[in-house]
Design a protein around this ligand. Structure first.
Ligand code: GDP
Ligand code: IMO
Ligand code: MG
Length: 429
């Protein structure tokens, strides 16, 4: 099986965009299968930086991009992003971007509810991106969503809007937030139809034809296993399944089509938003990682919390996410540190645990158990072969492989596309 799925193995922003862009040179199709414009994937090609939220990262290499039904799609955000990348010289249109016709839409009432809820939670806020992701997924499972295909049926659209507004306006009223009127929303959706419908497609069939022709498909995950709605640090998670298993349901293919699963992990750890983070650092090392690693959210600009690599957590992500191999990114950010720590487990109420417990209180109480390793002299920045890495850096990578129980298949040593070391070819299976 020559397909590959790329998922985050920590709390997001591991460098999935860079890895997908690198792999896309050998793929025919790149598919987003979950999340929405809460994602921010950065690709650096020479002097040009692309920041993608909804567009599959293969657009930069001119590959066919697919937005699967598992995504929640904000059409305004999509068209703004298309304009942005066109201004950077990329060619994006219905000829090379297909959107599943059964994809649920994010409407202006979704971010409004997202923000009103966060404000009401006060200190206990999730720290969402405020993009309406959670409310849009709630409507999907609540069977109220307006989907791309509904734009072709004005009567359906009108009836669905009534149902949606009944639900949303009661909630907004309860939260003391302004309500939405029907007509402006309906007008906006009717105006959107001729722009969005040319992209609409029966994506499952496109992917089935690709399979029959022996084409290579790259599934691009957003967020990460520890933000998965079932397996992450609930409720401090996003509202979709981020594990590789969801690539099938979120694209409309069978599970056997997923192929090799790559888990992307930074050589340390970051998190943006609230929630437990046992190996978090509050000292100068944490600040150094944030500055040198430029750890500011691509979507919201918020500073990311930084900490040591948590091997217990990544091991858990490997097991749950179905990860066949890791891609370790940002090794260069650790250059020059005299010693490195790796979290290998937790102490919870006096008990030693190898995995993060499920309960909220227990997760918050988890104290990291660290092992210490020497750092390395010199620089790994921009290294393009394993032989260029200092011996201590190789030992660090090897120790991570042992602890997370998965091989490291690739390494990344700078934001640039070409500063990548491939130890194995993921497309080779
Ligand atoms: P994603 O959400 O997983 O695609 O990751 P983001 O793009 O949000 O965040 C990763 C950041 O790290 C981006 O700014 C990348 O350009 C940058 N990056 C990726 N790989 C490396 C690397 O190996 N070294 C350094 N220094 N930066 C990297
Ligand atoms: P990429 O694909 C990092 C986090 C938010 C918040 C939680 C819920 O770039 O790795 P949401 O808006 O999804 O309801 O927010 O999830 N979050 C991310 N953190 N990277 C992301 O995407 C994220 N997408 C959502 O910060 O804690
Ligand atoms: Mg990101």
């Amino acid at each position: 099986m020559a397909n590959v799925a790329v998922i985050g193995a920590q709390w997001g922003d591991e460098g999935k965009g860079k890895v997908v862009d690198w792999l896309a040179s050998r793929a025919d199709i790149v598919v987003r299968f979950q999340g929405g414009h809460n994602a921010g994937h950065t690709l650096v090609v020479g002097n040009t930086t692309y920041k993608l939220s909804l567009l599959p990262s293969g657009v930069v290499r001119g590959k066919l991009g697919i937005i699967g039904n598992g995504v929640v799609l904000d059409p305004d955000a999509l068209f703004a992003e298309i304009e942005r990348v066109r201004a950077q010289g990329l060619d994006v249109g219905p000829h090379n971007l297909r959107i599943a016709e059964n994809t649920p839409l994010i409407l202006p009432l979704h971010p409004a509810l997202d923000r009103a809820r966060e404000a009401a939670r006060g200190e206990d806020k999730i720290g969402t991106t405020g993009r309406g992701i959670g409310p849009a997924y709630e409507d999907k499972v609540g069977r109220r969503s307006i989907r791309v295909c509904d734009l072709a049926e004005p009567a359906t659209l009108s009836a669905k809007l009534d149902e949606l507004l009944l639900h949303h306006n009661s909630l907004l009223r309860g939260l003391g937030a302004p309500e939405f009127g029907k007509q402006p929303l309906l007008d906006a959706l009717l105006a959107l139809a001729p722009r969005l419908l040319p992209y609409a497609s029966a994506v499952g069939e496109v992917l089935d034809a690709a399979r029959a022709e022996g084409k290579r498909v790259l599934f691009e995950g957003a967020q990460a296993v520890m933000l998965d709605v079932d397996h992450g640090t609930y409720p401090y998670v996003t509202s979709s399944n981020t594990v590789a298993g969801n690539a099938a349901a979120g694209a409309g293919v069978g599970p056997a089509q997923i192929g090799t699963v790559l888990g992307i992990a930074k050589a340390y750890a970051t998190r943006v938003g609230s929630g437990p983070f046992p190996s978090e650092l509050f000292d100068d090392v944490g600040r150094m990682l944030g500055e040198k690693g430029r750890e500011f959210g691509t979507v919201t600009g918020r500073p990311r919390r930084c900490g040591w690599f948590d091997a217990a957590m990544v091991r858990q992500a490997v097991k749950i996410g179905g990860v066949d191999g890791l891609v370790l990114t940002k090794l260069d950010v650790l250059d020059g540190l005299p010693e490195l720590k790796i979290c290998v487990g937790y102490k919870v109420d006096g008990e030693t645990m190898r995995r993060l417990p499920a309960g909220m209180r227990a997760q918050a109480a988890a104290e990291p158990i660290f092992e210490t390793m020497p750092g390395w002299p010199g620089s790994t920045f921009g290294a393009r072969s394993y032989g260029e890495l200092p011996a201590e850096a190789v030992k660090y990578v090897r120790r991570i492989e042992e602890l997370v129980e998965a091989p490291v298949m690739m390494l990344s040593t700078s934001p640039d596309r070409d500063d990548t070391i491939a130890l194995r070819d993921p497309f080779a299976g």
